[in-house]
Design a binder for this molecule. Structure first.
Ligand code: SF4
Length: 324
């Protein structure tokens, strides 16, 4: 199995538990199952942020630390910077010759993002071409497996169409990649809404223990529990939703039973959760502090070399098939 996935170094800040559940967890799991190519896709960042490039290097560092802190191991997986593999640009140009414009225009996010980012001028060649650039990221590594959220399967469809067209026109070269589905996390933030940076309700992977405690202690709970003696319904409480993700089975069962008969208070219930989330994040914090001392270029250099070697093999084959 050959796996490829990428993260855009845009200014979304540090990754939070929602990112872990929705993507990074699968990445870590997949590195035990096959050869993984994990890319920081800085050219993709330019498709929407070309007017404001000052933070790209800082964002690359942030994204890299997130990846490594969760356990993506640069000795197991190929962790690399997209722009360090120039063959990606060449393959993008070559595949652009045979990719119909209509395929790009009908990618759902094309119109959605144009509407969402109405404050920016993204009526550009680069933005139109970003789904093809994503396809190229996958194809240049000859990946057959791509972790995607359930809501993003259509992204892969364009890649598969490009494969079929290329292989049909010039001969077998690329495998048709299959999605490795990651469930969309139902993880609430500390205000009960979906965990999201924009809501300011997220627990970040690098949060210190005291910060985690400071976020969970004031969390809203089931509204039925106005007094300690009021029984509650755990399934109506965001604290319980986090217990489901980060507490042990017996603790979940205990909270479920005791909440319903007011046998446990919300403060004690939250203390258990705080301890469990902090224990869960501790290895992340330790890895982050270890990698923080290293230069980004030094961490990425071996991965850049391995990715470029793989890309050179693919591009040589493509040049041959396309007779250029
Ligand atoms: S005891 Fe726990 S699960 Fe029940 S309402 Fe309080 S915080 Fe929520």
């Amino acid at each position: 199995m050959t796996v490829m996935s990428g993260i855009r170094p845009t200014g979304t800040g540090e990754a939070h538990l929602g990112h872990w559940e929705g993507a990074l967890k699968s990445w870590v799991k997949l590195q035990e199952m096959g050869a993984c190519y994990y890319s920081i896709v800085d050219w993709h960042a330019l498709t929407t942020e070309y007017q404001d490039v000052k933070n790209i290097q800082g964002n690359i560092r942030q994204v890299l630390l997130d990846m490594l802190s969760v356990g993506i191991d640069p000795e197991k997986s190929v962790v690399y910077l997209q722009s360090a593999v120039k063959e990606i640009a060449e393959l993008s140009l070559l595949l652009g010759m045979m990719t119909p414009l209509g395929w790009l225009e009908r990618v759902p996010t094309f119109k959605e993002q144009q509407a969402q980012l109405a404050d920016r001028d993204i009526n550009t060649f680069g933005f139109l071409g970003y789904p093809l650039l994503m396809a190229v990221d996958i194809l240049i590594m000859k990946a057959d497996t791509v972790p995607v959220g359930e809501d993003q399967v259509f992204h892969l469809e364009l890649t598969r169409e490009v494969v079929r067209r290329f292989n049909g026109l010039y001969g077998d070269c690329f495998p048709e990649p299959q999605p490795y589905l990651t469930p969309i996390p139902k993880l609430p933030g500390v205000d009960g809404r979906k965990m999201s940076k924009s809501y300011g309700n997220a627990i970040y992977l690098g949060d210190a223990p005291a910060l985690v405690e400071g976020k969970i202690r004031p969390m809203v709970t089931d509204v039925r529990r106005k007094r300690r003696s009021d029984p509650g319904v755990p399934t109506d409480c965001p604290v319980f939703a986090l217990h489901l993700a980060y507490s042990k089975g017996e603790e979940i069962a205990m909270v479920d039973a005791e909440c319903r008969r007011a046998g446990i208070g919300c403060i004690d219930c939250k203390k258990i959760l705080i301890a469990n989330i902090n224990a869960f994040l501790e290895p992340f914090r330790q890895r982050r502090s270890r990698y923080e001392k290293m230069a980004v270029a030094d961490i990425l250099e071996p991965g850049n070399r391995r990715a470029a070697a793989r890309a050179r093999e693919t591009i040589a084959q493509v040049r041959g098939l396309m007779n250029v």
